[in-house]
Design a protein around this ligand. Sequence first.
Ligand SMILES: Nc1ncnc2c1ncn2[C@@H]1O[C@H](COP(=O)(O)OP(=O)(O)OP(=O)(O)O)[C@@H](O)[C@H]1O
Ligand SMILES: Nc1ncnc2c1ncn2[C@@H]1O[C@H](COP(=O)(O)OP(=O)(O)OP(=O)(O)O)[C@@H](O)[C@H]1O
Ligand SMILES: [Mg+2]
Ligand SMILES: [Mg+2]
Lengths: 270, 270
Amino acid sequence: KPRVLTLANQKGGVGKTTTAINLGTALAAVGEQVLIIDMDPQGNASTGLGIERDNRSVSTYDVLMGEAGISEAAVNSSIPRLDCVPSTMDLLGAELELAEVSRRTHRLHDAIEAYCDAMAEGDGEGPNGGPAYSYVLLDCPPSLNLLTINAMAAADSILVPLQCEFFALEGLSQLLKTVERVKANLNPRLSIHGIILTMFDRRNSLSGQVADDVRAFLGDKVYDTVIPRNVRVSEAPSHGKPVLLYDNKCSGSMAYINLASEIIKRERKL
Amino acid sequence: KPRVLTLANQKGGVGKTTTAINLGTALAAVGEQVLIIDMDPQGNASTGLGIERDNRSVSTYDVLMGEAGISEAAVNSSIPRLDCVPSTMDLLGAELELAEVSRRTHRLHDAIEAYCDAMAEGDGEGPNGGPAYSYVLLDCPPSLNLLTINAMAAADSILVPLQCEFFALEGLSQLLKTVERVKANLNPRLSIHGIILTMFDRRNSLSGQVADDVRAFLGDKVYDTVIPRNVRVSEAPSHGKPVLLYDNKCSGSMAYINLASEIIKRERKL
Ligand SMILES: Nc1ncnc2c1ncn2[C@@H]1O[C@H](COP(=O)(O)OP(=O)(O)OP(=O)(O)O)[C@@H](O)[C@H]1O
Ligand SMILES: Nc1ncnc2c1ncn2[C@@H]1O[C@H](COP(=O)(O)OP(=O)(O)OP(=O)(O)O)[C@@H](O)[C@H]1O
Ligand SMILES: [Mg+2]
Ligand SMILES: [Mg+2]
């Protein structure tokens, strides 16, 4: 069974998509079979992985509506061992369309279960004939809506990217409350994997203050690795590549490689 | 009747709240009576204006539910001629609670109309005995949900903050489509006031490319004023102040003052 990790934070622009893409790439680089499911109608994760708009004929929307399985929706990215279920703007309508549907909070959970069952029955082959996924990453939109709830209900654990800025701190306690509620009512196995400090700017004393506050509040739930603000990171998506491929020597890439090894170490201890 | 302007963009972290706070402050500084309505459950605009969590006993949630009028919900900020209807996390439940209610897309529009009617009947006095508002600014959450639709249905015009980054460009055409749909179905007077380029970084060639792309695509819908990335802007909210008060000589403040005068010039031409 794959480990399912979700990137969530209702504050916008904190690095959810950038972390999903680069953590996924780093895990694939060390030999894991990775699937990224884009749960955001904006489709930034799909674009950042180089999946053109006209190569999204089957998407996350179809999976949530039950019209396609995960194997059918997954497409190869240009990165070995990294597939993606892309998203389109159709996903905007999902919340309304699922309002009256049973198990509307578990549509994604059920789709992943169906994929696992098919894997168990079959010859252990994954989609497109490849091997089975060992990691599934879920990239969430910036809200606590049905799409994010579906992701939390399907996940084993949640990674919280947190921008080192004042407004980003405000939403943290609400996010943690929502996680507790999902754990109590929808998904008892959901845990907090950790908090990732992103866009840390050494020149800006605010970054340091926010980092200190978060570590004081959450202790070792906060990863040691801090992702610096690094212009190469924001340039990479316009080339349809993760920064790890666009410029693997820049400070952003080094930090994502360190983060991946830190996460894998934590995974091994679990 | 006040002019109602909404700050909207479903991409997260592009500067919606920062622009609402600082544009509101600049308009108040030149003598306008301004109300900012915080439509985001995160409540960043309320916090950035220094409104403590325990001073939000009446909030945007109550206004949308019809349990309080705008006059009752508005509180003074520390800035002369600038009031705010604060928001709390209760607003997260509004979308579900309004699902079966009639005119659910026009709850805010109807509340503003009721305020205008009360003003016309009364002696022209605004809330807390002050004068009537000439500008109402609406700060939206990062999504195209019922809260943002309510803001667009209530607005005369929309201002679109656009971060000079690649992912931010991706969502622009979808946002413009949504505006057209709201204009056709819910609010025929809705127009696009303009696109504000934010967090422009001179050291980063990507900023220039994005700015050029947007100007090529939308021409003079894009304001001349560009808001630079400036660390003083991100420090100000931790002091509960707009950057215009926190450091009125920094490049961020100067840009917001220029933006306000450009917007007022456009308003005069309308
Ligand atoms: N370490 C970094 N250094 C510089 N820029 C970054 C970094 N991480 C992310 N960015 C840029 O910041 C912007 C926001 O990041 P991203 O889109 O990943 O955040 P998000 O949380 O997924 O946003 P949304 O809430 O809209 O989904 C993007 O333009 C991205 O390229
Ligand atoms: N010109 C600027 N220079 C530097 N930092 C800025 C600038 N404008 C905004 N910021 C910071 O960037 C972050 C995002 O800005 P802001 O919260 O205003 O965006 P938003 O679009 O309202 O976000 P959300 O989508 O979560 O509502 C904040 O931490 C803010 O302080
Ligand atoms: Mg994203
Ligand atoms: Mg905001």
